[in-house]
Design a protein around this ligand. Structure first.
Ligand SMILES: C[S@@+](CC[C@H](N)C(=O)[O-])C[C@H]1O[C@@H](n2cnc3c(N)ncnc32)[C@H](O)[C@@H]1O
Length: 268
């Protein structure tokens, strides 16, 4: 998937990483390391909704480049375990965390979330966050079972994810699978049912489609508007793949079939 080709992130980060003087901060990295929508603001919502306290133990499922984890640690004093499947993202995440001087509060773990289990993981966390990662993982029963087991009793979660607002067309399914690495997308009733059957309660479903649709449209238009510069920075093949990716996501939201949701709840 184009978004996970780290060459474009490294290209964009080079001036920052070569900057002499003060150390990097999560604020410096926000344009590059928040691989979800609305940047660090999304984390502010999660913290408010979950009543996260300083020192809280948080696990981030599908942590990407570790941007959400660093922000939670730096801004809110959390201790965060950032679980990421892809080795290249995990390695850059560790690098950036060290450059920000946050490695005492952020632990990056390279793992498939579906494999987390055993005493080392069981009931360790006060909160679980997962931003735009669950859409990549079709085995919901297994995944939500793991998520539940990671949380202490009464522990809470905040998920941001895609969902299907109506039965999707073949074209939408094909774009989701081929361009977004999203092979399965449930509608609301099915999603809620999967969470309830995994043992989550007090589930609050907040549709954020109206917030995300203009955001993904503006991202696609900004990329298209600055395309020549992007080609100079990243080269034609990568810039072209990113252009198609951003355009496809924007079209999926504009078409009304794909929506965005913020879900909170707690384990029983
Ligand atoms: C769109 S990115 C979001 C990253 C991060 N949550 C953020 O908001 O910046 C989704 C991430 O989920 C990761 N992911 C997908 N399947 C996973 C799995 N089974 N276990 C752990 N991470 C996974 C991907 O590798 C990717 O880095």
């Amino acid at each position: 998937m184009a978004l996970y080709d780290l060459q474009h992130v490294r290209n964009a980060l080079t001036p920052l990483l070569n900057r002499p003087g003060r150390p990097l901060t999560p604020g410096d990295l926000e344009p590059y390391d928040q691989l979800h929508y609305l940047g660090q603001r999304a984390l502010d919502h999660a913290v408010e909704r979950l009543c996260v306290k300083p020192g809280a133990e948080v696990v981030d499922i599908g942590a990407g480049l570790g941007g959400p984890a660093r922000y939670l640690a730096d801004r809110y004093g959390c201790r965060v375990t950032a679980v990421e499947l892809q080795p290249e993202l995990h390695e850059l995440s560790e690098e950036l965390t060290a450059l920000c001087g946050l490695d005492d509060r952020v632990r990056a773990v390279r793992a498939d979330a579906l494999t987390l289990g055993g005493a080392e993981w069981s009931q360790r966390y006060d909160h679980l966050v997962s931003l735009l990662a669950i859409l990549h993982i079709p085995r919901r029963e297994a995944l939500f079972g793991v998520c539940r087991d990671l949380l202490r009793p009464q522990g809470t979660f905040c998920i941001e994810d895609f969902y299907a607002r109506r039965p999707l067309t073949d074209g939408e399914r094909s774009d989701l699978a081929g361009l977004v690495a999203c092979p399965y997308l449930p509608e609301e009733a099915r999603y809620r049912d999967d969470l309830t059957r995994a043992g989550f309660t007090d589930v609050v479903w907040t549709d954020v489609t109206d917030l995300w649709t203009p955001w993904v449209r503006d991202r696609a238009e900004a990329f298209r508007g600055g395309y020549e510069e992007r080609v100079r920075l990243h080269g034609e093949p990568l810039a072209g793949r990113l252009l198609r990716f951003y355009g496809a996501v924007s079209a999926l939201f504009a078409g009304g079939g794909v929506g965005g949701v913020r879900i909170t709840g707690r384990r029983d």
